[in-house]
Unconditional design. Structure first.
Length: 390
């Protein structure tokens, strides 16, 4: 098979890249190891920056997002029993975020690929990039026991942290930065109305908590737990009791509980791989970087990678201009590191860290007090949360 851009991974990054390029007349083939049902069963992030929403509209896959997504003008930070609202719209001159689940984003992208007869090959085992340092890279994979080859101009690795793309870059070329946090998030999905119209982030002496949502009838709640905790240690009753302890009284007294439909523990870590390009292989999303979920930057950082790379590919094929491809890694990493900094800062601000001393706790308290008393500090938080410019 011959195509212009070979894409590894049919998550939202790979499908969005394929959809955007296809609309510009650029051929793509997407290879995915798992089944479509498996990909759609992943429950992930749900807060979209305004820039990501605009990119979905450019890809012509935003009809359902605009109809069903929940526009949030702000969110609350609860501390010492009080809720402090961060007015995103007012502090950023009108920018907002949209609560719309990653699963829904992926469904919309799959539907769009189907309508345009996009090539997405599922069950592609042993995917391997070859000759990435040359002008003639290619991909190999096996399907139903048969070996296949895809010749292409460029390869885009959207196959996540454990994928093959980053591992294909020579070890003496790749530089990796990582920070593992000593806690996790125990999360439940509950078929109940959210406790609040907007998200509530909680800093409590017992640990962090978050009240989020996927829709007006589906809530997502989290509590900080130890890094080595296990889901089976937590019954639904234990989870709801612990969440209520950490919430302000007005929220705890009105929260609607039910049997959870999903319960998971997510570890927290920060990770960046540099560079994000080697030869004609380009990395995007979790293949190159991971953030703790505190600042809602994981999926949004992946979208910014796609924005830069998509426009660079269009310039290459339409204008014979390779400047965007040459600068892709530098431009993408500049924004990635800003997202990493913000996610790290939010994590430090809202969690209780094992082993922290009285000085650490006092600094966190002063940081929160300063945030709530300073328009400049709240504006900085707000402009990072809604998304920095591409």
């Amino acid at each position: 098979m011959r195509t212009q851009v070979g894409i590894i991974g049919a998550g939202p990054s790979g499908l969005l890249m394929s959809q955007l390029l296809h609309r510009q007349g650029i051929e793509t083939v997407v290879l995915e190891r798992h089944s479509r049902d498996y990909v759609l069963a992943r429950v992930r992030a749900g807060v979209l920056e305004h820039g990501f929403a605009d990119l979905m509209r450019e890809a012509q896959v935003a009809e359902r997002m605009d109809a069903e997504g929940l526009i949030h003008d702000g969110f609350d930070i609860a501390y010492e029993g009080r809720r402090h609202r961060i007015d995103l719209k007012g502090l950023t001159g009108g920018n907002t975020v949209i609560v719309y689940g990653q699963t829904e984003v992926t469904k919309d992208l799959y539907d769009a690929r189907d309508r345009m007869d996009g090539i997405v090959i599922h069950g592609a085992e042993d995917v391997q990039p070859h000759d990435i340092g040359t002008e003639m890279p290619f991909l190999t994979y096996s399907l139903n026991g048969e070996e296949h080859r895809v010749d292409c101009d460029y390869i885009v690795g959207c196959d996540g942290f454990h994928g093959v793309s980053r591992k294909s870059i020579p070890r003496d070329t790749l530089r990796e930065f990582e920070k593992v946090y000593p806690m996790g998030w125990l999360g439940v999905l509950s078929p109940t109305p959210p406790v609040s119209d907007e998200l509530i982030y909680v800093n409590h002496e017992r640990g962090f908590a978050l009240c989020s949502m996927r829709s007006p009838e589906l809530s997502r709640y989290y509590v900080q737990c130890s890094a080595d905790d296990r889901v089976e240690h937590w019954s639904d009753e234990m989870f709801w009791e612990e969440l209520k302890r950490r919430l302000p009284d007005d929220a705890a007294s009105t929260i609607v509980t039910a049997a959870s439909t999903e319960k998971t523990i997510a570890p927290l870590r920060s990770y960046v791989a540099e560079p994000m390009r080697h030869g004609n292989l380009f990395l995007a999303g979790d293949a190159a970087h991971i953030v703790p979920p505190t600042g809602a930057k994981g999926l949004n950082s992946a979208a910014s990678d796609i924005f830069y790379l998509y426009h660079a590919m269009v310039d290459h094929y339409r204008k014979h201009d390779d400047s965007g491809l040459e600068s892709y890694s530098e431009r993408a990493l500049a924004r990635v590191w800003k997202a990493e900094r913000f996610s790290w800062w939010m994590t430090r601000l809202l969690h209780h860290f094992p082993g922290e001393d009285d000085f650490d706790r006092r600094i966190q308290k002063i940081e929160l007090d300063y945030l709530f008393s300073s328009d400049a500090a709240m504006k900085s938080l707000a402009e990072n949360y809604v998304g920095l410019p591409y």
